[in-house]
Design a protein around this ligand. Structure first.
Ligand SMILES: [Zn+2]
Length: 299
């Protein structure tokens, strides 16, 4: 038995080395980018968050009679994997799919869901999705445009769990929603918070860095102690506060440099940013440039 295992081990090593040799001949060798398997982590009071799979973290809220999903993963396969995990937790039907905003890593898995649950989003997010889904490559998503939209705050009626949908104005996009569970003190934030990289502001979707500051202040004012973002492990209020401070410091520094008469390139250099060759005009503005554009537009 032991011998057998060691033999299997050896052959696996040989296969693995053969694989490396084959890879070495084809340049460049790409790192393995297998997505982490999807897994569901319990929070409290019927609330869960889902890590792994393809696309951003998602949320699940299980009420007495029904289920709410927050964001839809990026592929049908991951959406189905999430549905399979939900079925392990509860037989309750899925009533709502709430979208925190319109980015593909949050909505492109929608076509892996059955038709029937209401799809809820901010009206501006629906508009972005309607434009994106006109692409023939995304035709499978066309029937999954949000069926219910909102422009302000709204409570979601599910039995057993109080769920509030909140919109604090343009920030990451102009159609962001926060899903707030006051009894559990949990808020699902979508991409309003990134820790470990610069905030992402989609100017082409009406996002603004100064709007993000306002939104983060309102997020901090919630009676919450657990924040679920699209791309981090669960966060605390201190994490969100730290992010707010760092954004405000960057905005103040850009403002001061503009007042000193510095150009955008000089400001980027002051932040240690260098433009990758050939990228000019090819990419969306980074965070410092977004701040610069907002400050100079206002004048
Ligand atoms: Zn996003």
């Amino acid at each position: 038995m032991t011998k057998g295992i060691s033999l299997i081990g050896k052959s696996a090593v040989i296969v693995c080395l053969a694989g490396l040799a084959a890879q070495a001949q084809t340049t460049p060798p790409k790192p393995q980018q297998q997505p982490v398997p999807l897994s569901v982590e319990a929070l409290k009071g019927g609330a869960y968050w889902v890590r792994g799979g393809s696309g951003a973290n998602t949320g699940i809220i299980i009420g007495k009679k029904e289920v709410v999903v927050i964001d839809a993963k990026m592929t049908e396969e991951s959406a189905r994997a999430m549905l399979a995990e939900i079925r392990k937790l509860t037989p309750n039907p899925l009533k709502y799919i709430v979208l925190t905003h319109s980015d593909g890593d949050h909505v492109n898995g929608l076509s892996g869901f059955p038709r029937g649950p209401a799809i809820v989003a901010h009206a501006n997010a629906r508009q972005d999705m309607a434009e994106a889904f006109q692409n023939p490559k995304m035709s499978a998503l066309a029937p999954y445009l949000p069926s219910e939209t909102l422009t302000g705050d709204r409570p979601l009626n599910i039995d057993g769990v109080r769920v509030n949908l909140l919109h604090f104005g343009p920030a990451h996009t102009n159609g962001d929603l926060v899903v707030y569970l006051p009894d559990q003190k949990i808020a699902y934030l979508g991409d309003l918070v990134f820790i470990g990289r610069d905030p992402l502001i989609h100017r082409h979707k009406g996002g603004t860095s100064f709007g993000l500051v306002q939104t983060l202040r309102k997020i901090l004012a919630l009676d919450a102690d657990t924040y679920i973002s699209g791309h981090n492990d669960p966060l605390t209020k201190a994490d969100v506060r730290g992010l707010l401070t760092s954004i405000e410091e960057k905005q103040a520094k850009v403002k001061a440099l503009i007042q000193e008469g510095k150009s955008l390139d000089e400001i980027k250099t002051a932040f240690g940013l260098t433009e990758a060759p050939g990228q000019t005009g090819q990419r969306r503005p980074g965070f410092i440039e977004v701040i610069y554009l907002e400050l100079t537009e206002k004048k």
